[in-house]
Design a protein around this ligand. Structure first.
Ligand code: KIV
Ligand code: ZN
Length: 402
């Protein structure tokens, strides 16, 4: 096997705390049932991702359809700063098609992958390990003939036998891969295991420092974000993720959660990204809108309740100091303000505050009376709007004049 010099990574990670954000909403995200987007919608999402500061946008799987090819090519043509990646299997015609799609990008990447786990090699590929190794060398070499920036992924990497995984990674780096991704394709790993996997591979593989290591985690056991962050501790410096965590089956690691975990807990997660977090809510709404996938109310960072407080104790605390029940500000993710939702759990302090915001200054007796009637209403009605509160105060005032 001849050694090819790995290309200089397109995003500098010289400062070792810089994490590359690779967004795959338009590829892995779009792959989940019901999430398909139109050509225009994909362009709109890609534009916002680039404005947000996403480093790498995986725009699609060019061989999959003419539509996919055209959207990757157009996103590549319009790109200004982001690297535009296309996915391809380890087949030479796939790779050539992908190269054609990304060629107009200022910075194009070919992302090629092959399964390496025993179960995938035996049943899916029906190939022997030595054949898989040959295919890795051939596919990465072909991709490097087209572009300098080549990512290679060991599909089902976390269920791959360690010695073989190291041989595959070594072969990919020798053939010229500049990024090595070890995906947790089926969402099977745990944070401790995933961190150890990266440490071991990076220690054992010669010239591992020539490539940037990447995490790609699925959420089948709800650990995608935790696993991704653990991968960083093991030396990975690229995170593959999607807006709202959409993706195959239970989805991928959610971009907004990864970014805000890093921004909020720098004390224990000593990294930084290039993402403008104030655009996270807008991106979440856009992706939810174009895919028609609702965002669960209690979704971290971007769910409708992420900055809402209803219980009396919490509302009272929030009125005294916002840090009592909020670890990040709503403004930091693009939400205008915290909402103190009025409901049956709300207390007198929040009720008084709400009245003040609505322009009412009631004396103690009128306040007590209004509060009793508010509690009564809240027992009957799930959502209390400002208009409901105004109506009950106005009724009280009118009754006082009868
Ligand atoms: O989950 C996975 O293994 C993938 C690869 C194609 C990177 O999406
Ligand atoms: Zn995936």
């Amino acid at each position: 096997m001849t050694e090819t010099t790995a290309a200089t990574p397109a995003v500098s990670t010289e400062a070792t705390d810089r994490v590359i954000i690779f967004d795959t909403t338009l590829r892995d995200g779009e792959q989940c049932p019901g999430a398909s987007m139109t050509f225009e919608e994909k362009l709109e999402v890609a534009e916002l991702l680039e404005t947000m500061g996403v480093d790498v946008i995986e725009a699609g799987f060019p061989i999959a359809s003419i539509g996919d090819f055209e959207s990757v090519a157009e996103i590549a043509r319009r790109s200004k700063t982001a690297i535009i990646a296309g996915l391809s299997r380890a087949a030479l015609n796939d790779i050539d098609r992908c190269a054609e799609a990304v060629k107009q990008a200022k910075r194009g990447r070919i992302h090629t992958f092959l399964s390496t786990s025993p179960v995938h090699m035996k049943y899916k590929l029906q190939k022997e390990p030595h054949q898989v190794l040959e295919m890795i060398v051939a596919s990465v070499t072909r991709a490097r003939n087209h572009v300098e920036d080549v990512e290679w992924s060991a599909e089902d990497g976390t269920r791959t036998e360690m010695d073989f995984l190291c041989r595959c990674v070594e072969a990919a780096i020798k053939a010229g891969a500049t990024t090595i991704n070890i995906p947790d394709t089926v969402g099977y790993t745990t944070p401790q295991e995933y961190e150890a996997l990266f440490r071991t591979v990076r220690e054992r593989v010669p010239n591992s420092d020539k490539a940037i290591f990447s995490v790609h985690c699925h959420n089948d056991l709800g650990m995608a974000v935790a696993n991704s962050l653990a991968g960083l501790a093991g030396g990975a410096r690229q995170i593959e993720c999607t807006i709202n965590g959409i993706g195959e089956r239970a989805g991928n690691a959610a971009l907004e959660e990864v970014v805000m975990a890093i921004n909020t807990r720098r004390d224990v997660l000593p990294y930084r990204t290039g993402i403008d977090a104030t655009l996270l809510t807008r991106a979440s709404k856009m992706v939810s809108g174009v895919t028609s996938f609702p965002v669960q109310y209690n979704k971290a960072i971007v769910g409708r309740n992420a900055f809402a407080h209803e219980s009396g104790i919490h509302q009272d605390g929030m009125l005294k100091h916002t840090q009592t029940y909020e670890i990040m500000t709503p403004e930091s993710v693009g939400v205008t303000k915290t909402s103190l939702v009025m409901g049956k759990h709300s207390g007198r302090a929040a009720f008084r505050d709400k009245l003040k915001a609505l322009g009412y200054e009631l004396g103690e007796n009128a306040l007590n009376d209004a509060f009793t009637r508010f509690k009564d209403l809240a027992d009957r009605k799930k959502v209390i709007y400002d208009e409901d509160i105004e109506a009950l105060v106005d009724q009280g005032i009118a009754a006082a004049y009868d």
